[in-house]
Design a protein around this ligand. Structure first.
Ligand SMILES: CC(C)(COP(=O)(O)OP(=O)(O)OC[C@H]1O[C@@H](n2cnc3c(N)ncnc32)[C@H](O)[C@@H]1OP(=O)(O)O)[C@@H](O)C(=O)NCCC(=O)NCCS
Length: 150
C-alpha cells in the first residue's frame, strides 16, 4: 500500500468509493466532491494497492491555525489494515507543515466505527451538531491539538 497525491483522473473512482462508504445524504454528489478537492487550500491523498485505489482523504486549511478533514474513505475490503491511519498521518503531517495547531472533522452520530478510529488517533468530541447532514443525522465535531503528539 502506498499513499500518493490525488490526480484528476482519480475523481470518478473516488466518487464511487464515497457513494458506497456513506449512506445517501452523507455521501457527496460528484460536483461537491470535485469542489472540495479543487479548493485552493485543500489537499487530497489517495491510498493505492497495486493499481487499485483503496482509500482517500481530503483535507483543507481553513484559517491560520485550523485544518479540517473533509472526508476519509477506505474501501470495506481494506479496512483494519492501517490504510486510514496512513491517510490520517499524511494529513496531520501536512497540517503541521501548514502551521495548523488544530485538526477537526465531523462524523455522523451513528458512525461508531469512525468515532473509535478518530478516538484512537487522539481526537476528542467537542460538539454535537443536530441536523448537520442533509439526511437529518446529527454530527459529532471531533478535534485534535496537533502539537500534543507526533
Ligand atoms: C473509519 C475508517 C476511515 C477507518 O479506516 P481503516 O483503514 O479501517 O482504519 P485503520 O485500519 O487505520 O484503523 C486504525 C485504528 O482505528 C481504530 N478503528 C478503526 N476502525 C475501527 C472500527 N470499525 N471499530 C473500532 N475501532 C476501529 C482501531 O484502533 C484501529 O487500530 P487496530 O486495527 O490496530 O485496532 C474506515 O472504516 C471507513 O472508511 N469507513 C467508512 C467511511 C467513514 O466512516 N469515514 C469516516 C467518517 S467521517
Amino acid at each position: 500500500m502506498r499513499i500518493r497525491n490525488y490526480r484528476p483522473a482519480d475523481l470518478q473512482t473516488l466518487y464511487k468509493i464515497d457513494q458506497v462508504c456513506f449512506p445517501p445524504g452523507i455521501a457527496y454528489p460528484k460536483s461537491e466532491l470535485m469542489r472540495f478537492i479543487t479548493e485552493r487550500n485543500s489537499r487530497t491523498w489517495v491510498a493505492e494497492s497495486g493499481d487499485d485505489i483503496i482509500g482517500f482523504l481530503i483535507a483543507s486549511l481553513e484559517a491560520e491555525d485550523t485544518a479540517h478533514i473533509v472526508t476519509i474513505d477506505v474501501v470495506a475490503s481494506s479496512r483494519r489494515k492501517g490504510v486510514g491511519k496512513a491517510l490520517m498521518g499524511a494529513a496531520e503531517d501536512w497540517a503541521r507543515e501548514q502551521r495548523a495547531t488544530v485538526l477537526y472533522l465531523e462524523t455522523a452520530e451513528g458512525n461508531i466505527a469512525a468515532q473509535r478510529f478518530y478516538r484512537a488517533r487522539g481526537y476528542l468530541k467537542v460538539e454535537k451538531v443536530v441536523g448537520y447532514y442533509s439526511n437529518g443525522a446529527a454530527a459529532w465535531v471531533m478535534a485534535k491539538r496537533l502539537h500534543d503528539d507526533s
